[in-house]
Write a new protein. Sequence first.
Length: 226
Amino acid sequence: MPDSRGARGIPARSGWGAAGDTTHSGGVILVDPWLTVPTNPDKNSVAELTRVDYILITHAHGDHFEPEDIAKVKAAKTVQVAPADVAQKLSGNVKTVKPGDRIGAAGVKLETVPAYNIVPGRTENHPKANNWVGYVIEIGGHRYYHAGDTDVIPEMNDLAPDVALLPVSGTYVMTADEAAKAARAIKPKVAVPMHYGAIVGSDADAARFAKLLEGSGIQVVIKKKE
């Protein structure tokens, strides 16, 4: 699965761009775990994790919310964080969130950011009214922004994370050109393209994203599939 190294070597992974994980102090945070993504050559890799502290779900679409995959990786103490329409389908330690919420425990701070479409022709894919989210994850003084499925929206402005994971495939989310615009508004130190290569989008979208940010002062990291 594509992997991106964040600040100070803390990994942030993106499955086909739908999922991600961040490791902290021996524990793991999973974002939208999708183990059966077609581009993942080792579908047991995440399931073999021995400690998952948080599972964060951005929205209800099947390539982001897969209950069977969550069941494979969650433990009794795993905190599952999700919007209301997803949270009602989960069991165990579940926290329901909406945009603008802040929660934290075990050295991790979470902030939810709206994730929705505004481009004509896309607005039915991720309506603002659904209260779906992206996440800003703060660990050890470093901030990671997982945008979820979204267009360029005003709520992104000046988030200033250390690392931003941004969708680039177009069709249902931002295009590479729009994602580059978002990166300039967000102002991360590192930008990681995601959400391409399995359902829509291709490596060319990630490459264009990187090209458009040349000279911006933002480091773009495109990770190989592993």
